[in-house]
Write a protein that binds this ligand. Structure first.
Ligand code: 13P
Length: 334
């Protein structure tokens, strides 16, 4: 795979006014989302829900790609069209979550390291054949008393770099995601310090492992106060701190940065992205790769009446895509 092809895919993922919808919840994670609205976690319900999302009319106006879970990449619509084929036909790039989730890091209470490197080359080869053109790996960095440690940060950066190099070898754009978790009572300054160290470590590892940044996308968490923090930063403060942190750590050769929503409200996620883009131009396009902030309203509607609210749920997905697409241009009006 040439770097030009990887770079072209990466640029298409962050095309102006477009972002990614993350629907790559593992079977355990979607179980929690479904339980929250009273939907049974069966294979057919998961398939039907992903069909609702991916067949939203005109989705590709604001959505460049979607991240799927392994099961979804092998599924299709009721009438038998594979989701990956449907997406490609509609101009939405299929992506795939390839990590196997965080596991406790031995000897480091409260910290985790993401697993999934063993056998990854063969899995990537298969995912490419199934139509995937980018792949996501999520590292989890928790903030708490005396954590994160440098050891946990480095272990996660090392894994991210090894996965990213394998992706590029197999023709997939790596979407590297070091998520600094919002849970906790920490303030925005602590989140800033941690995020800065994490990103420095990540780009150091990517360099050591010969990962080509031109064919890589960063999926970042915003610099924001913890969910239990007594002091809440304003939207302007979150946008300014996130920009400052990214500008001091992320090389300008990267084709783009997308954000996760991480438990922010739908409106906060959109407003923060919009505020950052209103302060542009920046060295890279800043867009979204939201999971919950793209889906939670639609899932609620669908759960109330699967048939009756089908169209309404899709309209909600489209509205969230439009708002976030406008925010990616700094043109959201609130
Ligand atoms: P949220 O936007 O719900 O945080 O999910 C995005 C994601 O893909 C996390 O890995």
């Amino acid at each position: 795979m040439s770097i030009e092809q990887l770079a072209e895919t990466a640029r298409a993922m962050v095309a102006p006014g477009k972002g990614i919808i993350a629907i790559d919840e593992s079977t355990n994670t979607i179980a929690k989302r479904f339980a929250g609205v009273g939907i049974e976690n069966t294979e057919e319900n998961r398939r039907a829900y992903r069909e609702l999302l991916l067949t939203t009319p005109n989705l590709s106006q604001y959505i460049s790609g979607a991240i799927l879970f392994d099961e979804t990449l092998r599924q299709g619509t009721r009438d038998g069209t594979r989701f990956a084929d449907l997406m490609t036909a509609n101009g939405i790039i299929p992506g795939i979550k390839v990590d196997k989730g965080p596991q406790p890091l031995a000897g480091f209470p409260g910290e985790v390291v993401t697993e999934g490197l063993d056998g990854l080359r063969a899995r990537l080869e298969e995912y490419y054949k199934l139509g995937a053109r980018f792949a996501k790996w999520r590292a989890v960095i928790n903030i708490g008393e005396d954590i994160p440690t440098g050891t946990a940060i480095e272990a996660n950066s090392h894994a991210l770099a090894r996965y990213a190099a394998l992706c590029q070898e197999q023709g997939l754009v790596p979407m590297v995601e070091p998520e600094v978790i919002m849970d906790g009572a920490h303030d925005i300054d602590t989140c800033y310090e941690v995020t800065e160290v994490v990103l420095r470590s990540l780009f150091g590892s990517l360099y050591e492992f010969n990962v080509m940044l031109e064919g890589t996308i960063l999926k970042a968490s915003m610099v924001i106060h913890g969910t239990e923090s007594a002091e809440k930063a304003s939207r302007e403060e979150v946008a300014a701190a996130t920009l400052r942190c990214l500008k001091s750590t992320v090389p300008a050769t990267l084709p783009g940065i997308v954000f996760l929503s991480g438990g922010q409200s739908d409106e906060d996620a959109t407003a923060h992205l919009d505020a950052m883009n209103k302060a542009g131009p920046h060295p890279w396009p800043l867009s979204f790769s939201y999971g919950r902030a793209m889906q939670q309203a639609a899932l609620k509607l669908w759960a109330q009446d699967m048939q009756g609210n089908y169209g309404k749920a899709q309209e909600t997905v489209f509205a969230r895509a439009r708002d976030n697409g406008l925010a990616a241009l700094g043109q959201w009006e609130g």
